[in-house]
Design a protein around this ligand. Structure first.
Ligand code: PLP
Length: 655
């Protein structure tokens, strides 16, 4: 059984085996240049013509042009250049052309970016006009009607890549009837999923992309209506009847041809009804696993292969991470930077509340999906829900109470929690507004009482009479650092086990804490996790040779059967992953709990070798560096993480 379920088909797809074979055959046997006049060239040309004829049949291009190119971004470029050159010529001839370049608010970025680029380069000074969409994601036809008389060029899409919403192409065509405006419809997400008969429509330009439907990346097509204006984007040797120069990507054309053949024969891909049934099963599993889940687009208006949803209280990153740990690849509904998910402009344009547009997840599959894959995906979705539930991440869910020291970080700053599971009491040190909701939910789910909210900059919230505060069985001591700062020391057996020091420097704590007291700073810039006076005295050599590749890990585990594998991913990622590296059970210590656990490891007499791992190796690198600096030498981490080290390939799937 495959360990990966790929549910990100709107981003790209695997290559159909028949397409791979066709590409290989093309590269190995029929490698001719279709422009050559000898027999080898003629064979390549014959294939090029046959694929074009097949595509023309399938798309109903009639007498229109159909050229091969590198993909939809190029097709969009060519369409925009063609339309804008024609508008310029018409304007120079004194014909009325309108002043607006109208584009749907939910278009792929390639559209407005190309419009702005060519409008500037050609010196046209037309106005880019964003056409709003309704709450259902469809273009606002009344708004289009209001501007149609001044529209020079209109760009809409057949189906949206984030939500799957299928546009009302007939409705748009009706509004455009009688207008001289040119019209491009981005058909990237429609290929293989919607019936197309292009020449029967008013559409002037329709770009397509091979890699969204099981052909390789780097091959695409552009349809141009019979009488629509056309200007080549690339000039040179006159290939593609002079419409797109450059020797054709014949391996790509052959592969696309195999996909189109599969579409035409009707037996390879699932029918619309089958896909809808798959989508509905996935939707049901998601709703069951993730209480409160909201679908961000009406399913009845969307492609049967796309689901876009948000879950209250969970970020896209948390959802993506738990799915990834379960071997299910989905994507954020929005462009996502590593630390912060930007809200989706598509969902914003639909007027969805911010929490939904900033936490959306897209799950999409292609028409090659099969029964076994969908059944497996549904099972894994259930496992993700259970993993989130037992980790206390779902609203109202109870989880095993956390105990000890927990670190929460946002925007480069750390908030620290001191929790006592026996007394169900908690203190929060340097709370950040962005974390308030998360902390409240956590405490509520676990039945904790908030005993104190403390600041290392201001002692006014200190609730005790003297300098000692009880948090259940635990004790926090308040100590001034200089005139204006405070530190809070968590009492240990002989000396403070932890000191929460805010922006104070470790040296400020000399004589107040022991050499091995864990110093927990308020800023990531100071330490991603924690430090100690001993750690501050270490030189860089303590951190050399921390990385293990899969072979070194295997050797280490053979040599040290007592070695402990430590998964520093979040608890819900650990719980969702049914696999164990090298067939061994691993301890779950999320990075947020390392400072709590480090004290126990350092205090243990028999310090077993520790091997930290995570998905990419980034979190485990922080963990091992922290432990080495604290003086725990027998610590390593898996370089490249489960994703890149190859260890995931050796995972033994638990029953
Ligand atoms: N248009 C839409 C709707 C898309 O989804 C994409 C790809 O993400 C593109 C255009 C760009 O396609 P390509 O990757 O072929 O340039």
């Amino acid at each position: 059984m495959s360990t990966e379920i790929y549910l990100d088909g709107n981003a790209t797809t695997a290559v159909l085996p028949a397409a791979m074979q066709a590409a290989l055959h093309m590269m190995g046997e029929r490698y001719g240049n279709p422009s050559s006049t000898h027999s080898t060239g003629m064979k390549a040309k014959a294939l090029l013509d046959a694929v074009r004829a097949r595509a023309a049949r399938l798309l109903g291009t009639g007498n229109g042009r159909l050229m091969f190119n590198s993909g939809a971004t190029e097709g969009i470029q060519t369409a925009v250049l063609s339309a804008l050159c024609a508008i310029r010529e018409r304007r120079e001839r004194g014909e009325p052309v309108g002043s607006l370049l109208v584009y749907g608010a939910t278009e792929h970025k390639a559209v407005p970016e190309s419009l702005a680029h060519w409008n500037r380069l050609l010196g046209l000074n037309l106005t880019l006009h964003k056409l709003p969409v309704g709450h259902d994601g469809r273009h606002d036809l009344a708004a289009l009607r209001a501007v149609v008389n001044d529209a020079a060029f209109v760009c809409t899409m057949a189906a949206n890549n984030e939500t799957g919403i299928v546009s009302d192409i007939e409705g748009i065509a009706a509004v455009l009837a009688g207008s001289p405006a040119l019209w491009m419809v981005d058909c990237v997400q429609a290929l293989g999923k919607l019936q197309l008969d292009l020449a029967a429509t008013r559409i002037d330009y329709a770009p397509f992309s091979g890699h969204k439907l099981y052909a390789p990346k780097g091959i695409g097509m552009l349809y141009v209506r019979e009488d629509a204006p056309f200007t080549p984007l690339i000039m040179g040797g006159g290939q593609e009847s002079g419409q797109r120069s450059g020797t054709e990507n014949m391996a790509g054309v052959a592969a696309l041809g195999a996909v189109l053949a599969a579409l035409e024969d009707g037996t390879t891909f699932r029918t619309h009804a089958q896909l809808e049934q798959f989508r509905n099963r996935l939707a049901e599993s998601l709703q069951k696993a993730l209480p409160g889940l909201a679908f961000n687009a009406p399913l009845e208006l969307a492609l049967p292969t796309t689901l876009n949803f948000s879950v209250p209280g969970l970020s896209s990153k948390e959802l993506l991470d738990v799915f990834d740990a379960a071997g299910v690849r989905v994507s954020a509904g929005s462009a996502c930077s590593a630390a912060k998910a930007a809200p989706s402009y598509v969902l914003d344009a639909m007027g969805l509340p911010h929490w939904r547009s900033s936490s959306a997840v897209r799950l999409s599959f292609g028409p090659l999906a099969d029964e076994a894959m969908i059944a497996d995906a549904c099972q894994r979705i259930a496992r993700c829900g259970e993993a989130l539930r037992v980790s206390g991440m779902l609203s109202g869910a109870a989880a095993a109470p956390l105990d000890g020291v927990v670190q929460l970080s946002v925007n480069g700053a750390h908030t620290w929690l001191v929790l006592d599971a026996a007394g169900l009491q908690c203190a929060v040190i340097d709370p950040q507004a962005e974390l308030a909701e998360r902390i409240n939910a956590l405490l509520k789910a676990q039945g904790y009482t908030l005993a104190a909210q403390l600041s290392t900059r201001d002692g006014s919230s200190w609730p005790a009479q003297d300098d000692m505060l009880s948090i259940g069985r635990r004790k926090l001591r308040r100590v001034p650092i200089g005139a204006r700062k405070l530190a809070y020391l968590l009492e240990g057996a002989a000396q403070a086990s932890h000191a929460f020091i805010g922006s104070a420097q470790p040296q400020d704590l000399v004589r107040l804490v022991g050499e091995d007291t864990l110093l927990c700073p308020g800023q990531e810039a100071c330490q991603p996790c924690c430090t100690s006076l001993r750690a501050e005295a270490q030189d860089a050599s303590c951190c050399s040779g921390m990385e293990l590749d899969s072979a070194a890990l295997e050797a280490l585990l053979r040599q040290h059967p007592d070695a402990c594998l430590v998964d520093v991913r979040e608890a819900y990622e650990h719980a969702a992953d049914s696999a164990a590296p090298m067939g061994r059970a691993a301890l779950s210590v999320p990075l947020s709990r390392l400072a709590g656990e480090a004290a126990n490891w350092l205090a243990s007499e028999r310090q077993p070798p520790l091997v930290f791992f995570c998905r990419s190796g980034k979190r485990s690198e922080k963990a091992v560096e922290c432990m080495r600096r604290l003086g725990y030498r027998a610590a390593w981490h898996l370089e490249g993480g489960l994703a890149l080290s190859g260890v995931a390939g050796t995972l033994a799937l638990a029953a």
